[in-house]
Structures are given as structure tokens and as C-alpha cells.
Design a protein around this ligand. Structure first.
Ligand SMILES: Cc1ncc(COP(=O)(O)O)c(C=O)c1O
Length: 417
């Protein structure tokens, strides 16, 4: 059985940045929700690609053929990463935001006055404003699904109240990048499809923490971003093959009409797309299932199961530790029985201190955290944490219990001052 704790030394040795020290003490990277650290093999892959396989596509010479082959391979790897039946249903782009903005324009062309679009108050702005802008252009109504402020989870009753037979799209996150709450995507898909609406899922925050299966989730479209799971800055879009063929992309003549190229505008970042696929291979390498060359999906799922088990222990330890410090208010799901309902991302406030000052104190002492609202403004407004925001600690599989203890010790010291 794959177990992350048993592999921690070997895992950490693959990330050169984890050896860094700040004022003589080892740095603690709890800033992963804003971008994770990168293993050496991903950097080597990007560097190899740029040094030895650097060409534009479709040429009749060796390096161009190699880029074509590497791109095809990256589409296959990401189909395995997301559980998609076809590599053609995977498109790459600069980041999730750009892909979503571009895609929203294509989808909005099908909307008519009187239609309704649903976004959610749990979401990052990247899955909120693109739909608000597209709805404005198309002259359709936008409503935001509310949250339950008691545990910062999506309010499914609010979803039911807002869904009508004129709802064309539901855009929702799979996990909050601020407070870590997971959303029941399969259930949201069922309810959306029941009224004829499509479902667009932001899986940016979920991707480093759980395996994703677009087929099982039954979502129509899903986006993620490789720099959140140990890769470079590349966005990935999945769409149902039929829909990706039917919709008309905003594209130029150099992009083909066929899949997947019709959704990939301009010259792609070939080296980083290769690196993003290598990040998926890195995740799969954590599985103890032997690599048979054709079982990538199984190895990813096995590794992600082990990652989520390990991270669930880390976050339970962190939340329990925060609860034992006086003057700390932790947001989101905190009950020990409910840890599986959350990603290992925790937001808290220290009584009488601004989040920026807490993050500064932690940073000065070698612990990297974030402060503010993480562009999840409707959520932080609903939680009443504006304008000072919250401090965010995000655990990744490369973090250790010792690091969590060091962080808790610092928070304890600060709150006692
Ligand atoms: C949940 C979530 N969605 C979307 C984004 C935007 O992703 P990108 O930076 O790839 O545009 C972020 C970035 O922090 C995020 O956390």
C-alpha cells in the first residue's frame, strides 16, 4: 500500500527548494495553494526540452517531430490525470484564468436573453468574473450560489433555489482555495443537468490533493493549473468531446478546426507543457504500483489516495493545534470527523492582529504563509473578514508534522505576546 510518510525523505530530496534556510532555520513552505514547489525532474524535463527539442510544430525535421510527439504525449498524460476518455478533450493554455476567459466567450455565444448563469460565492475570482463579463455581453442574468457561513461550505439549498429551466451554466469550484471546503461536484452535476444546465468546474485547488475523474464527476468542463501541482505555469482545460467540437472557439486561422488544437490559440509553451506532464509523472512515481508503461491512470489514482490520506492527517493535526491556542479563530470545516470534506488548506485569524502582520512574523521566522482574501472576495465578505483578511496555511504532501509543529509554536508565541 502506498504510504507517503514512509517516502518523505525521498520525496523531499527531490525538491531542491526544500533545503533552503531562513536565518539559519529550515524554511517551511506552507504557501502551496498559491503555487507549489517543483521537483528536479520537472525542471530537468523543461530544460531538456528547451535545449534539445526546441522547434515549432508540424515541420519535416527531427526537433519539430519531437515536439509534436511530446505534445501528443502531454495530451495523453493529462487525459489520464483527469480521467478523460480522449486526449483530444484536453487543451493547454497559459493559465486557468486565460483559458476560462477565452472559453466563456465561446459558451456565451449560445446564451439568450432570459437565460441564467450561476456562479458561486465560494469561488476564486477566476471562476466568477469571466462568467459575469460573458453574461453581461450576452445580456443574461447572473446569480451567485451562497455559502453556509457556519462552516464555509457551498449552500446546496441556495443552488436548488437558484436553478431554473432557464439556467444554462453552473460554474463552481471543486475546492475552496481559501478555506479548503470541497464541493459535491457529482451531486451538483446531477442537479444542474436535471434542468438542462452545463457544469464548469474549477479544479485548480483540488488537483494537488485528490484524484480527479471527469467521467465519474460527470462535469461538462473542468480547468486546472499545473503550477499548483508541482509543475510550471500552464493551464489545462477539459471539455466533453462533443461540446468541444460543437462550440465555436475564438481562434485565428493558424489554429486547426480539429481537436484539440482549435482551443489552443497561438504558439504554445511546448517546454512547460512537457514539464506539466512530467509533474503528473512525478505524482504517479509516488505510487508503489510498478510502472508497466500503460497504467499511468492507476498509478496516479493510487498516489493521490496516499497523498490525500497523508495530508488529511497533517491538516487534522494543524487544526487541532490551532484550536489549542487561545485567541485563534479558524474558518471552515474544523470537526475531526469531517476532515475528508476539506482540502488541507486552513485560514485563521489571530485576535488583535492583522493577517499581514501575522504572515510577516511567520515569514521572518522561516514559515511561508499567505494573508488577505486570495481573490475569493464573496467568501471573505460573507465571512466578515474584510479588509484585514485571514492567514492561510496550505499543507502539501512534502510537508511534515515537524513543520506543522514549528508553525504552531510560532503562532502560539505570537498570540501570547
Ligand atoms: C481556486 C483557483 N482558481 C483559479 C485560480 C487562477 O489560476 P491561474 O493562476 O492558473 O489563472 C487560482 C489561483 O490562485 C485558484 O486558486
Amino acid at each position: 500500500m502506498t504510504n507517503i510518510a514512509h517516502q518523505l525523505e525521498s520525496i523531499r530530496s527531490q525538491f531542491p527548494s526544500l533545503a533552503r534556510t531562513i536565518n539559519g532555520t529550515p524554511a517551511v513552505y506552507l504557501d502551496g495553494p498559491a503555487g507549489t514547489q517543483v521537483p528536479q525532474r520537472v525542471v530537468d524535463c523543461i530544460s531538456n526540452s528547451m535545449l534539445h527539442h526546441n522547434a515549432n510544430r508540424s515541420g519535416r525535421f527531427a526537433t519539430s517531430r519531437e515536439v509534436d510527439e511530446q505534445m501528443s504525449q502531454s495530451h495523453r498524460v493529462f487525459a489520464d490525470f483527469l480521467g478523460a476518455a480522449s486526449p483530444d478533450s484536453i487543451a493547454f493554455g497559459p493559465n486557468m484564468t486565460s483559458l476560462t476567459l477565452q472559453f466563456s466567450r465561446a459558451l456565451a455565444k449560445q446564451w439568450r436573453p432570459g437565460d441564467r448563469i450561476l456562479v458561486s460565492s465560494l469561488d476564486h475570482d477566476a471562476n466568477f468574473t469571466p462568467w459575469v463579463l460573458a453574461a453581461k455581453d450576452a445580456g443574461v442574468e447572473v446569480k451567485a450560489i451562497g455559502i453556509r457561513s457556519s462552516d464555509a461550505t457551498l449552500d446546496m439549498n441556495s443552488l436548488d433555489e437558484l436553478l431554473t429551466d432557464r439556467t444554462r451554466l453552473v460554474a463552481v469550484t471543486a475546492a475552496s482555495n481559501a478555506v479548503g471546503s470541497l464541493t459535491p461536484i457529482r451531486e451538483i452535476a446531477n442537479r444542474s443537468h436535471a434542468v438542462g444546465a452545463e457544469l464548469f468546474v474549477d479544479a485548480v485547488h483540488l488537483a494537488p490533493h485528490r484524484s480527479i475523474d471527469v467521467t465519474e464527476l460527470d462535469c461538462d468542463f473542468l480547468v486546472c493549473s499545473a503550477y499548483k501541482f508541482f509543475g510550471p505555469h500552464i493551464g489545462v482545460l477539459y471539455g466533453r468531446t462533443q461540446r468541444m467540437l460543437e462550440l465555436t472557439p475564438y481562434k485565428l486561422r493558424p489554429a486547426p478546426d480539429s481537436l484539440p488544437g482549435r482551443w489552443m490559440t497561438g504558439t504554445q509553451n511546448h517546454a512547460c507543457i512537457a514539464g506539466a506532464a512530467e509533474a503528473v509523472e512525478y505524482i504517479a512515481s509516488l505510487s508503489t504500483i510498478a510502472d508497466s508503461g500503460s497504467n499511468l491512470r492507476f498509478r496516479i489514482m493510487d498516489a493521490m489516495k496516499a497523498i490525500s490520506e497523508y495530508e488529511t492527517q497533517l491538516v487534522a493535526h494543524l487544526i487541532q493545534g490551532l484550536a489549542s491556542i487561545s485567541g485563534i479563530r479558524t474558518f471552515g470545516i474544523t470537526g475531526s470527523q469531517r476532515m475528508v470534506e476539506r482540502a488541507p488548506t486552513v485560514c485563521f485569524q489571530v485576535d488583535g492582529r492583522k493577517s499581514i502582520d501575522v504572515a510577516q512574523y511567520l515569514g521572518d521566522n522561516g514559515v511561508f504563509s499567505w494573508h488577505g482574501n486570495y481573490y475569493a472576495l464573496p467568501l471573505t465578505q460573507a465571512l466578515g473578514t474584510e479588509p484585514d483578511g485571514m492567514v492561510r496555511l496550505g499543507c502539501m504532501h512534502y510537508n511534515t508534522v515537524d513543520e506543522i509543529d514549528r508553525t504552531l509554536e510560532l503562532i502560539n508565541r505570537l498570540s501570547a505576546r
